[in-house]
Design a protein around this ligand. Structure first.
Ligand SMILES: NC(=O)C1=CN([C@@H]2O[C@H](COP(=O)(O)OP(=O)(O)OC[C@H]3O[C@@H](n4cnc5c(N)ncnc54)[C@H](O)[C@@H]3O)[C@@H](O)[C@H]2O)C=CC1
Ligand SMILES: O=C(O)C(=O)[C@H](O)COP(=O)(O)O
Length: 400
């Protein structure tokens, strides 16, 4: 059984070398000839699976991506030629939700937002939207959901809410203090998302609003976005994803508050969970019982000793939350790394520099762990409510 793996799949070979004969291909180097005699292809979102790529795939029976998004797979074509396909749905949902939390905490610090009195509109209430909703519930921030496909599916069994949260229409989302996008990129069909955040939506936003896109660049009309950002009193915008990656439009950088190179989901847990999921799928395809578990591959971390300003309060103060959470993940660090990399000197054409810089930043992303990787040592007098909040954020809490 020949398994071809994209080399950006962490621990891919360690997971799969007992399942079949594993070969890896270097990032962005895959050509049709390399798929001859391959039974299983495992990749991440940088490999585009097109009909052209599969022209020499004489034995391919299964294609899987260690990512949540699947818009890089031509599923219609795979179905038409009888090649099974799958993904790592939900693998990095918590990572993206933690990215959004960091943005919200910065917005509070910068006085762009009164977090505990704000409403967050979540567009797309799947794995990421639900993970974000759980975080917002844990810290007590109001939010609502826009997800017509899910709303319709739940309505069939008489349900009006998801995870205790209500659905609203897009016009109500447009009025929220924060709008956070978590839909797949879908062109056509009943619920397309391509440029669903269009010129009219963007022009309706005010300078008191925060728009975050950590799903796919194509979901926003980027030309309209740039024009709105160049206008008077634009909204605050945070972008992790762009149209036409990696050859992105860096003109946006001057107007966007935080800019990151499509790394919202790139926590160690998010990526290795993706590998674990595709390993289990491949075991299933070849009829082997999986014997490796995620914890075999995740390094232990040192506990974080926390000094809280208001440990006895019934609600975690936003200052204490910022201090603890930004020790775990701080989007401002990624923004700084991104801007510095794009500003650095080079001998390439501007287009090549942009595409190479974007791709390299993603491939060489730093080690970032999720809250669940850490034991939090809290002061002995920490209230039960504050302990619960940290537990709901995923930390392993103890009093010392
Ligand atoms: N920046 C990053 O690193 C990452 C980006 N993503 C992106 O975020 C997307 C969402 O991820 P998950 O939550 O894991 O996917 P998911 O499939 O679990 O959830 C997507 C949700 O969007 C809803 N939806 C579909 N069409 C819609 C429409 N027209 N309007 C409103 N809602 C709609 C679906 O019903 C579903 O509930 C992925 O498809 C991927 O493109 C995901 C992970 C990491
Ligand atoms: O899972 C997804 O969907 C994402 O957007 C991932 O963050 C993509 O990561 P790469 O596959 O491009 O490393």
């Amino acid at each position: 059984m020949k398994i071809l793996l994209e080399d950006t799949i962490p621990f891919g070979t360690d997971y799969l070398n007992s399942v079949g004969e594993v070969e890896t291909y270097a990032w962005q180097s895959l050509v049709p000839e390399m798929l001859r005699d391959v039974d299983i292809l495992a990749l991440r979102s940088t490999t585009k699976v097109t009909p052209e790529l599969l022209t020499k795939a004489n034995k391919l029976k299964f294609v899987t991506t260690a990512t949540a998004g699947t818009n890089h797979l031509d599923k219609t074509h795979l179905d038409s030629v009888g090649i099974m396909h799958s993904s790592a749905a939900g693998c990095n949902a918590v990572a993206v939700a933690e990215y959004v939390l960091s943005v919200l905490l910065h917005a509070q610090k910068a006085q762009k937002l009164d977090l505990y009195n704000a409403t967050v509109g979540i567009v797309g209430a799947g794995n990421v939207g639900t993970a974000l909703s759980r975080i917002l519930m844990a810290i007590g921030v109001k939010h609502c959901l826009y997800d017509p496909p899910l709303q319709q599916a739940l309505a069939k069994s008489g349900k009006k809410e998801h995870n205790g949260q209500s659905f609203v229409d897009l016009a109500q989302i447009a009025k929220c203090d924060v709008i956070s996008l978590h839909v797949p990129f879908i062109k056509g069909g009943e619920y397309p998302t391509y440029q669903m955040i269009d010129e009219a939506f963007l022009e309706g936003l005010t300078s008191n609003q925060l728009l975050i896109n950590a799903c796919r660049g194509e979901v926003i009309d980027e030309v309209a976005l740039l024009s709105v950002l160049r206008g008077e009193k634009p909204p605050t915008v945070v972008l992790d994803v762009f149209d036409n990656e990696p050859a992105i439009n860096t003109a946006l950088f001057d107007y966007v508050w935080f800019v990151t190179p499509h790394i919202a989901g790139h926590s160690v847990e998010g990526k290795v969970r993706g590998t674990q999921m595709i390993y289990e799928q491949i075991c299933d395809v070849v009829g082997k019982a999986p014997d490796k578990v995620l914890s075999d591959f995740l390094e232990k971390t040192n506990p974080i000793k926390v000094a809280l300003n208001s440990p006895e309060a019934v609600r975690l103060s936003v200052e204490d939350l910022i201090a603890v959470f930004h020790d775990v993940y701080d989007v401002a660090i990624d923004d700084e790394i991104t801007r510095n990399a794009f500003a650095s000197g080079h001998n390439e054409t501007p287009e090549t520099h942009i595409a190479n810089t974007f791709s390299t930043l993603r491939k060489q992303y730093r080690v970032r762990r999720e809250c669940s990787a850490y034991a939090l040592h809290l002061p002995k007098n920490t209230s039960k409510q504050i302990q619960d909040t940290f537990t709901k954020l995923g930390f392993h809490v103890s009093l010392v």
